[in-house]
Design a protein around this ligand. Structure first.
Ligand SMILES: Cc1cc2nc3c(=O)[nH]c(=O)nc-3n(C[C@H](O)[C@H](O)[C@H](O)COP(=O)(O)OP(=O)(O)OC[C@H]3O[C@@H](n4cnc5c(N)ncnc54)[C@H](O)[C@@H]3O)c2cc1C
Length: 395
């Protein structure tokens, strides 16, 4: 069988354990997720039971603290989870699960007080409580330092007023890791609070209909005199921007890994169809133009995989990796839409039909040059890290 991936090879060290994890995830995804992925896409949401099942199997807290039920493993384990979840054929499933397990929860493990960690992490790891990460607002997305949702200390509580939008899991979450302004303007005034979804004054707004990743439920949240105990603060007041930026590294790696995994899936689909479907008396892959086009796609996929693998290696080793992570996310996300187009084209009319897997993957591919930092923001970081920005021009 053709190999469309380099990420299947585990790095040294825990190779055997990683392969066992991959095997069990692959079976689970094939048996329990793939058969129902289309149903969840149509419903526009992922059932709570999926989180609970993932929790029961130990897949949700692999990178989290063992004292609260986590696995204490490094990010390579999360990478395997990401790659295998995508194989269910609905990228929204991976998005929803990873936003919960990685984006919303990991920072609680890293910066929450012992009491808050004990309160949230066991249920989050078990999939009994679902998390969302609320940073983006109607008036501020890329410019995280410009958020306006305000939290004012009132005795032992914070009182929150403001609004968030485009929040993955907002319609189904039990808690939201929320970026708020506790201080003056700019990044230094930003803090992170963990807000239970049933906190008085928190209202779920509209569910948002998206172009793709339908199985991940996305919506708005609004806060009107919403009160949470002061112990829900992560780290110290004013530490939020730094915590968000640190979290972005893992989040961007997750998205780069998703893009690589979905490109492999598209490519395998295109190859399968190209060998099966005949035109003018021969399989489509009998035409050199298609052999070359899929060879180009495979080259792009391998390049994205190599860049992402390198960023993963540095991240796991705890080394500086903003440049590599941003390059990986930028290249993988932009490649995903290009590869999706090429892979869909071989399906002719079938590739344009809603019911086809390839059409779903085309739609899904569009999210990743936006979420967790747009491609333009990735270029900004690469330019900065590569010394391309003159000192007087830095933002
Ligand atoms: C499917 C999906 C899921 C999401 N899930 C979440 C979530 O769970 N939680 C959450 O908080 N947010 C989430 N988001 C929001 C996402 O993080 C933001 O959409 C993103 O950060 C961009 O912000 P914006 O939409 O406000 O665009 P803007 O920041 O207004 O940007 C508009 C355009 O201007 C460009 N631009 C901005 N700054 C610069 C610059 N300095 N130089 C050049 N160009 C620039 C951008 O690249 C973009 O092309 C999600 C978004 C999507 C699409």
């Amino acid at each position: 069988m053709a190999r469309a991936t380099d990420a299947d090879a585990a790095p040294d060290g825990d190779g055997e354990e990683l392969e066992m994890l991959r095997d069990s995830l692959r079976r689970f995804v094939a048996d329990e997720l793939a058969p129902r992925a289309a149903e969840w896409e149509d419903a526009g949401t992922l059932p709570r039971a999926v989180f609970e099942r993932l929790g029961e199997l130990g897949f949700l807290g692999m990178g989290l603290a063992p004292e609260h039920g986590g696995g204490g493993r490094d990010f390579r384990y999360t990478a395997v989870l990401v790659e295998e979840l995508v194989r269910c054929g609905a990228v929204g499933v991976a998005v929803s699960v990873l936003v919960h397990a990685e984006f919303a929860t990991k920072v609680i493990d890293r910066a929450g007080s012992p009491g808050l960690r004990a309160e949230i992490l066991p249920d989050a790891i078990a999939g009994r409580r679902i998390g969302a990460l609320g940073v983006t607002e109607p008036g501020a997305g890329s410019d995280v330092g410009a958020i306006r949702t305000r939290a004012v200390r009132d005795g032992d509580e914070y009182v929150i007023d403001g609004a968030k939008t485009f929040i993955t899991n907002a319609p189904i979450c039990d808690f939201v890791t929320l970026a708020v302004r506790t201080g003056g303007s700019g990044p230094r005034g930003v803090s992170l609070l963990v807000v239970p979804a049933d906190a008085p004054g928190l209202t779920r707004g509209r569910r948002l209909r998206k172009i793709g990743t339908h199985a991940s439920d996305t919506g708005e949240l609004s806060f009107d005199g919403c009160r949470v105990p002061a112990r829900c603060l992560l780290g110290e007041e004013g530490a939020g921007f730094r915590l968000i930026m640190e979290g972005f590294r893992g989040e961007r790696l997750v998205l780069a890994l998703i893009c690589c995994a979905q490109m492999r899936l598209m490519w395998e689909e295109a190859r399968r169809y190209g060998l099966e479907r005949e035109a003018f008396g021969r399989p489509l892959l009998g035409f050199q133009s298609w052999q070359h086009r899929l060879a180009d796609s495979l080259t792009t996929i391998e390049a994205a995989g190599a860049l992402t693998g390198r960023a993963l290696e540095l991240y796991v080793a705890g080394r500086a990796c903003d440049r590599e992570v941003s390059m990986a996310k930028l290249f993988a996300a932009e490649s995903a839409t290009a590869v999706a187009h090429d892979c869909a084209q071989i399906f002719g009319g079938y590739g344009y039909m809603e019911e086809s897997l390839i059409a779903r993957l085309v739609r899904d591919s569009m999210a990743f040059s936006i979420g967790a930092g747009t491609s333009e923001v990735m270029r900004e970081i690469v330019a900065r890290e590569a010394g391309l920005v003159p000192a007087g021009e830095r933002l």
